[in-house]
Design a protein around this ligand. Sequence first.
Ligand SMILES: [Cu+2]
Length: 215
Amino acid sequence: MDTKKSKLKEALIIASIIIAAIFTTTAFSKNTSQTLEYVFAEKYSSGSTTMPSASNVTIFKTITPDQTTDKEFWINTVHFDGLTNINPGVKCDTCPQNTPIHPAEQPPINSTIPTGGGFRVTEPNKIGAWDFRSFTFSPSQIIVNQGDKVTLHFIGVQGAHHEISVGKLEPFTLQRGMIHDVKFIANSPGIINYVCHVHLPNMVGQILVLPKDNM
Ligand SMILES: [Cu+2]
């Protein structure tokens, strides 16, 4: 009898241990899961971090480059203006919104600005405003492949008039509001310059022609 009782007791103890183990595991895993959910929610609910979703997860897509040999570019004539004033605190009417009001700035004396028409400094006007201007093309660098048929649309956006040449082609005049097209075949690799002869030395651009073997 004693042996039977002892075996029964032993079985009860083992069963208790198994049940306790099952409860502990379940409780722990539930708790861990809740903690992770909490951390996740806290991390992504703060205003600075957005919850990841299918729309903002980074996915690298493939874009197959166009193999066409017809290349077309739109080139604007533009100038940058550093408009300021010799008096402090004068409102800058042409500046974007929220631009701080200028401190006093004097035009440069004994300026080393290159000659050629590409740069211009105006004297202070009656309210003390003066300007430093620099002409340029936008874009000023273009890349094509040897053998490409290239079309350049020159657009007269800023500057009253320009005298422009592309490589050794005949120069042409471009006025504000005009568009002038230049078409050519880039038959050999190298660099073709486009230049405005009334705004040197800075109103220049380059067409880089890559050799055929590069493709
Ligand atoms: Cu020009």
